[in-house]
Design a protein around this ligand. Structure first.
Ligand code: PDD
Length: 284
């Protein structure tokens, strides 16, 4: 069952108008929220980011946080205790005709579904992933979690075409983030990630990694990462709600560090998994 405009429906019955501005113009925003052991992960932070995205594009939030919590909880209840990710999107809705300017008095279209998160295999975690660098061809408001993802899709596809799992995007000589992930490097023992700005998505996983680093006394910094520093980093990680913290072991066909997931990554993924386990066990 999926959620569409107030109703729980079988997927095949969930239909929207071809005049929906999400369909015609990519005029909408989304969230991806993991759930572990039947509990939504960092829900408050995801709902705050949703609010920020909606505010940025001037759509009124169709639900209160309590209503969202009820809807999303009902969706994940279908999957029991399995690891899942909830996808939700809000578009501006269906206007009478296609016009770029925002129409008046349209009702947002709200869609949500839940899917299992495939477990990350030990092989993947032991070997890490390959990434390539590509020019960041996206727009100037990457802080909005917009459904308009053509540039991200093209960049990810180019990475796949070149045998890599993700593209790390370069803007004005600096590494920014992945096509669908945030970027961390380890340089001289310090964990570094670019500061929040309109050039990148403020990732919920990113914030948790920084919180865990602070709590456990690991050296970290939020600062710009010149492209050259990326290529010389001893470790590179990519974070997202569905992939957690992926170690990049090959960048542009060259080994990162010794070509294996690094020591600092091992420490951080342990902390992250402990945090997840506490959530499964009922901690907030
Ligand atoms: N993407 N940067 C971009 C461009 C992203 O698309 C994502 C996540 C992130 C990581 O954010 P978070 O840790 O809050 O998931 C960073 C989701 C998973 C997606 O588009 O499917």
């Amino acid at each position: 069952m999926v959620f569409l405009n107030g109703l729980m429906l079988p997927l095949e019955e969930a239909k929207i108008s071809v005049l929906d501005r999400g369909f015609l113009l990519g005029d909408g925003v989304y969230e991806v929220i993991p759930a572990y052991g039947g509990r939504l992960f960092r829900l408050e932070q995801h709902l705050q980011r949703l609010q920020n995205s909606l505010d940025a594009i001037r759509i009124d939030n169709p639900y209160t946080n309590d209503e969202w919590t009820r809807i999303l909880s009902e969706l994940i209840a279908q999957g029991g205790n399995a690891d899942q990710s909830v996808y939700l999107q809000v578009t501006r809705g269906v206007a009478a005709k296609r016009d770029h300017a925002f129409p008046h008095e349209v009702k947002p279209t709200v869609f949500a579904m839940s899917n299992p998160i495939p477990p990350l295999t030990d092989e993947l975690l032991l070997q890490g992933i390959a990434a390539i660098t590509l020019d960041d061809i996206r727009w100037q408001r990457c802080d909005i979690k917009a459904i308009t993802l053509l540039a991200n899709a093209m960049l990810r596809q180019q990475a796949h075409d070149e045998g890599a799992a993700e593209a790390i995007l370069i803007k004005d000589g600096h590494a920014i983030e992945g096509a669908a992930s945030n970027l961390f490097i380890v340089s001289n023992g310090t964990i570094i990630t670019p500061p929040k700005s309109s050039h990148l998505l403020p990732g919920v996983t990113r914030d948790l990694v920084l919180e865990l680093a602070a709590q456990h006394g690991l050296e970290y910094a939020e600062r710009a990462i010149p492209e050259q520093e990326l290529s010389q980093a001893s470790e590179i990680w990519l974070t997202s709600s569905t992939k957690e913290i992926l170690p990049v072991t090959t960048l542009n066909q060259q080994a990162v560090g010794d070509g294996k997931p690094g020591l600092v990554w091992h420490r951080m993924i342990d902390l992250y998994r402990q945090y997840k386990q506490q959530l499964r066990n009922g901690a907030e």
